[in-house]
Design a protein around this ligand. Sequence first.
Ligand SMILES: [Zn+2]
Length: 288
Amino acid sequence: MARAAKARIALATAAASAVALLACTPAQAASHPVAPSRFEPGSCILFTPTAGNRHLRVFIDAGHGGIDPGGTGTTLAGKAVSEAPLNVLVARDAAVLLRRRGFSVVLSRTGPNPVARPQPGDFSGGLYTVLGERRELVARNLCADLSHANIVLGIDEDAAASPQAAGSVTLYDAQRPYHAANLRLATLVQRDVLASLAASGHSVPNLGVHNDVGYGDLASAGAQAYGHLTLLGPPKRGYLRTPTRVPAALIEPLFLTNAPEATLADSAAGQEAIARGLAHAAEQFLDR
Ligand SMILES: [Zn+2]
């Protein structure tokens, strides 16, 4: 398909763009056993609108980061790709689009750094320990909460044992008091991202919108007992004191373990298409 040459949309970082760094408050740091003492440089960043101001704020979490690459795969050209950097590119693209439409955006990550400043015991053998991964996930919730965002969006990519597995899925939590809003947001995200990918010439299988039970983020016993995604799920005594508090959805638009989808995920056109879908869904949700 012929595509007009187009400069990649880039996150404006000029002095005038009013970038603010949010810091973890002492009360927050004391609020949870694994709460970070502070965020890493480039993490938990508020971006003000670049045109107009709707006084609405969107929190976007780019999954993984730091020493956690997330899911990995190989493009059709044989290039190894991983989730963490691709998720940031999509989140940044979505931020640019939303800011142009008058929204403030808070990004959990803007680069390779993790969200939380790591602490002793967070690493072992070049990997996050259960504690370290937990701290990273809780840090995202704390950032979302600090940001007073109106909605929370999570961007990840999928991975599976079979290279044939393909398609987009969006998750929401059905146990929160505002589950109907979660479902509405997730439905918009799934629909708009698939429509945007299709409009860019890439039809992706629609794997649907699902509640997050059984999609828990960790292999630990505690995470399995919890059963939800930390970014979306309810509080649980002894496990999660700091749930997010506003409508939330997390999309996994492509499988990195599927070579054609990994190729799309690694392309600026694919990232921008996903970002356009996310931004459109957020705008539609918040306009009502
Ligand atoms: Zn992921």
